[in-house]
Design a protein around this ligand. Structure first.
Ligand SMILES: C[S@@+](CC[C@H](N)C(=O)[O-])C[C@H]1O[C@@H](n2cnc3c(N)ncnc32)[C@H](O)[C@@H]1O
Length: 231
């Protein structure tokens, strides 16, 4: 029995890309445009994006919440995986970056499935949990307690531990939480790394591991993602 994952050389990464990634021209264009930004490394990879879309389809999700949209790559992956009556609620604080996302939602014809909420995502989640009647930006789709099929967490790492209990309350039983960057470039396993972001990701990883109310799998794809299914 082996506990080892295959080590990815550049050659193997290229092989995976060439033999599995089916990226449409608009997705590629968004990657190229984002590549010109100083923050381009925040964007998920096309391999990860395709994996996220597949998970959304496999789970049959109709209501998806994305925390951390940036220029929109993951949102395109989720929205294109949703059925026509599905909804993706995107949360971000940046109007500038999500303006780029909006452009591609329009260009890909996915706009009708996507809503954007600008502002602190912690506040947004709290509003969704508190509201008996939904605020304007949430009217027309019922995102509330135990209502969401899939959540993708990819925003400010320092707040990861604070997002977790709120997300669990918003998820339906059987719903799926996908947390990005759980390996944080390997720093989670290196005690010399004591940055607030690393500490917070470690804390969330430990909380999830101890939480018997969920099924879990930590998957070493991209920067590491955890799959968490609410029981
Ligand atoms: C890693 S990027 C998301 C990448 C995106 N999922 C993609 O596929 O390209 C993180 C995003 O979280 C947003 N963010 C940071 N702090 C936030 C907060 N407190 N509330 C909401 N969004 C936040 C940032 O503006 C940024 O766009």
């Amino acid at each position: 029995m082996s506990r080892k994952n295959i080590r990815l050389t550049e050659k193997l990464e290229e092989y995976i890309f060439r033999n599995s990634v089916r990226e449409s021209p608009a997705f590629r264009k968004l990657r190229d445009e984002t590549g010109t930004l100083a923050q381009a490394n925040m964007q998920i990879s096309p391999e990860e994006g395709q994996f996220l879309g597949l998970l959304a389809k496999l789970s049959g999700a109709k209501r998806i919440l994305e925390i951390g949209t940036f220029t929109g790559y993951s949102s395109l992956c989720f929205a294109s995986a949703l059925p026509d009556d599905g909804v993706l609620l995107c949360c971000d604080i940046s109007e500038t970056w999500t303006d780029i996302a909006r452009k591609y939602w329009k260009e890909t014809g996915l706009e009708h499935k996507i809503r954007l909420r600008l502002g602190s995502a912690l506040e947004t989640l709290q509003i969704l949990l508190d509201s008996d009647s939904f605020p304007d930006w949430a009217s027309g789709f019922a995102f509330g307690r135990s209502s969401i099929d899939l959540v993708f967490l990819d925003a400010d790492k320092e707040n990861y531990p604070h997002y977790y209990p709120l997300i669990l309350e918003l998820l339906k039983p059987g719903g799926l939480l996908i947390v990005d960057n759980v390996l944080w470039d390997g720093s989670v396993a290196d005690v010399s790394h004591q940055e607030p972001s690393t500490i917070a990701i470690r804390k969330l990883n430990e909380t999830i591991f101890r939480d018997n109310s969920v099924d879990i799998s930590m998957v070493p794809i991209a920067d590491g993602i955890s799959l968490i299914r609410k029981l």
